[in-house]
Design a binder for this molecule. Structure first.
Ligand code: ADP
Ligand code: MG
Length: 680
């Protein structure tokens, strides 16, 4: 009887769905977390402490005791010795299994208990003497509440019999890679023989694991390369003007571009000049100067007769861009429009009309730009800041606003989250990447100080001193993940206190609950130095650029993640003035917090910080990639499996070129329809 998902009981199907298991093949690829060894019995006296073992014996005694709480305690004996079994919660059938005289097999860890050696909550199996032992290790699968291991095992067993496990990869390739064939790898992982070292399985270094990890990485590379190629197959406007506008802006700038900025600009220009849509990510640490680079690209597009859209994930960030770009572009006679949710309906309609008529050549905004009511006269380039915050669907919506008839717009994304090379290779395989790996010269490094929060008053004095010298300061309120209300209240209190303590200065407050227009107003006052001290929740995380602000105090820094601290700190040290960042923390610190603060204290290099962040958090959380639609890796780890990753990347390129049938078969097995999200 073969496995039909449609006929599974609803409860089972919905629990499987929680595990992302929707077809028989997903069961095949649902691999064990660990194994239990029921292939041999261990005499009780020989059983090592603290390791999982199976013992067999007869129940000598069994009773329910009430001290310190209700529990079932049974004494089991084999030829070599005895041990106690303790169950704090138990069902009648377990009590039944543990009645005097019954024979049981117990699987669990033995530890030293008060009365002697004991197993707490072992797996208990009633047996008759001489019952056969298992021939393979027993898999333990990742599962969810209500889906028991035996059910999963049965379903997986069925799926392994039903599904074709033919190899998707040619034999010679496997031979070159030194990897086993698919069927035997899968079979081994589900039912390993007892001679295999369990560690090679749980640590995923056994060749069978390597095969599955390779397959997974290959599927990821194939789907992303294909998505990339599909988009390259579209047409886009050829943008290759003399560059007069860009040159005029460069000449007007008070600084020269760094080599890294120039290199990135050259790469972008090469893409713009090609008749296919650019799909490039511009990466650069906080303060590396991405904005001017994308602005110069925008000027090329405008000079070539196209419109440009620039989007940012928050209104604060978008407004900052708008101000900066309007300031740079106004002298060149270019009309820049501002479209945001907070605009009065009439102003917004007017701005949208200017975009539609083509009067506005550049439009800056938030997600509001995705709205259907925004029609471009001739969109040639879309720029997206902090792209990882945008969902795939939003990006898609924007690209569909194509330069009518002329094809799709070019797409340029910016990100201040430096991605270690291995991750970029894996997760950004569908993008071209330019990196600004150099800060503009003349920046004085930020001094970072770790200060216990008992010395808060001293920090207030420091703020007084800095503002007294004509500078400005940020005071960042603690992140309170559990309660937005409490977080807001803390910010309001902090603002009240600082206003009282620093009466000679104007203290402002921004937080996430303000209306965008209110936020914008406060930010504008801070930019103009009408506000000297800005109390903020973490909303100022990205993009705020006020070079005159030279001090930042971050309260409860121990609660924040590395990337967040790095982004926050990047708000100071944006000019030639010496800047400081004070990380106030409350002792005692947990291990992770200690590690994070040490990293942020020791370095300001975004790449080093990203690497450490990745190490501390693992790639899934680090990227937050699920929402951005990149297929997550379940088995492989791009850092640890970098060798496999590199080979998968190279082989993906050559398979796409030379063996499309292999590509199709492999993707069908691994992606099973999930690759649609990538078709952006
Ligand atoms: P980010 O990469 O974080 O977006 P910005 O583009 O906001 O950085 O640039 C940070 C600051 O550095 C801005 O004030 C910008 O005008 C300035 N800047 C950019 N490039 C240079 C350069 N080559 N030399 C000096 N200052 C620069
Ligand atoms: Mg920026």
């Amino acid at each position: 009887m073969s496995l039909d998902f449609a006929k599974l009981p609803k409860a089972v199907a919905s629990r499987l769905a929680k595990l992302e298991i929707r077809r028989p093949y997903d069961l095949v690829l649902h691999l064990p977390l660990r194994y239990e060894d029921e292939t041999h019995l261990c005499p009780i006296v020989d059983a090592p402490l603290g390791a999982s073992v199976m013992v067999e014996g007869t129940v000598q005694h069994s009773e329910i005791t009430y001290r310190p709480r209700r529990q079932l305690v049974a004494r089991i004996e084999d030829a070599s010795g005895e041990l106690f079994v303790r169950l704090l919660n138990f069902y009648p059938n377990q009590q039944q299994q543990l009645t005097e005289g019954k024979r049981v097999r117990l699987l669990g860890e033995i530890r030293r208990g008060f009365f002697g050696d004991e197993m707490v909550h072992p797996r208990i199996r009633a047996i008759t003497e001489g019952a056969p032992l298992a021939e393979a290790l027993t898999p333990v699968y990742p599962t969810v509440a209500g889906l028991a291991q035996p059910t999963l095992r049965k379903l997986i067993g069925q799926a392994l019999r039903d599904c074709s496990l033919h190899d998707t990869l040619p034999e010679h390739l496997l031979r070159d890679l030194g990897l086993p064939d698919f069927a035997s790898a899968v079979d081994l992982l589900h039912h390993p023989t007892p001679d295999i070292t369990p560690a090679s399985l749980t640590q995923r270094v056994h060749p069978a694991w390597m095969r599955l990890k390779f397959d997974e990485l290959l599927a990821q590379q194939l789907s992303m390369r294909l998505a990339y190629r599909a988009r390259r197959g579209q047409t886009a406007p050829v943008i290759s003007p003399p560059g007069t506008l860009a040159k005029r802006l460069i000449d007007a700038l008070p600084f020269g571009l760094t080599d890294a900025q120039l290199r990135s600009l050259i790469e972008i220009r090469r893409d713009l000049a090609s008749p296919h849509p650019m799909q490039r990510l511009l990466q650069g640490d906080v303060g590396a100067g991405k904005t001017i680079v994308v602005t110069l690209a925008a000027l090329d597009a405008i000079e070539a007769g196209y419109q440009v859209a620039l989007m940012a994930p928050t209104e604060i960030l978008a407004e900052q861009h708008y101000r900066k770009l309007a300031e740079w572009l106004a002298p060149l006679g270019i009309d820049v429009a501002w479209v945001a949710g907070s605009l009065r309906a009439r102003d917004k309609a007017a701005a949208i009309a200017r975009v539609e008529s083509g009067e506005a050549r550049l439009v800056v905004g938030t997600h509001a730009l995705f709205q259907d009511s925004v029609v471009f006269e001739r969109l040639g380039l879309a720029i997206v800041d902090e792209q990882h915050r945008f969902g795939v669907h939003q990006r898609l919506a924007l690209r569909q606003k194509g330069a009518d008839g002329g094809g799709e717009p070019h797409l340029l994304m910016m990100s201040a989250t430096p991605i270690p090379r291995t991750l970029a290779m894996s997760f950004y395989a569908d993008l071209d990447v330019s990196i600004i790996d150099q800060l503009p010269p003349g920046r004085t490094p930020i001094k970072t100080r770790l200060v216990q929060d008992g010395r808060r008053e001293e920090m207030v004095e420091w703020v007084r001193k800095v503002c007294g010298e004509g500078r400005q300061a940020y005071w960042v309120c603690p992140l309170i993940e559990e309660s937005e209300v409490l977080e807001l209240q803390t910010a309001i209190d902090t603002h009240a206190n600082l206003s009282e303590q620093l009466p000679e200065f104007k203290v402002g407050l921004v937080h996430g609950r303000l209306k965008p227009a209110e936020k914008a107003e406060i930010m504008a006052a801070f930019v103009a130095n009408d506000i000297q001290v800005l109390v903020a929740t973490t909303v100022i995380e990205v993009g705020v650029d006020v070079p005159n602000a030279t001090l930042m105090v971050i309260e409860h820094a121990e609660r924040m993640g590395l990337a967040q601290l790095h982004q926050l700190r990047g708000r100071v040290g944006r000019g030639a003035l010496e800047s400081s960042c004070v990380l106030l923390y409350t002792a005692p610190l947990g291990e992770t917090a200690k590690e994070r603060l040490k990293v942020i204290y020791e370095t300001t290099d975004g790449f080093v910080i990203a690497r450490e962040d990745l190490r501390i958090r693992g790639p899934g959380e680090f990227l937050g990639a699920r929402q951005s639609g990149v297929p997550m890796l379940r088995f492989a780890d791009p850092e640890r499996d970098v060798d496999l990753l590199e080979r998968a990347r190279d082989i993906a390129v050559s398979l796409i070129e030379h063996a499309p049938a292999v590509v199709d078969a492999h993707l069908a097995r691994w992606m099973g329809g999930r690759e649609v999200l990538l078709k952006t």
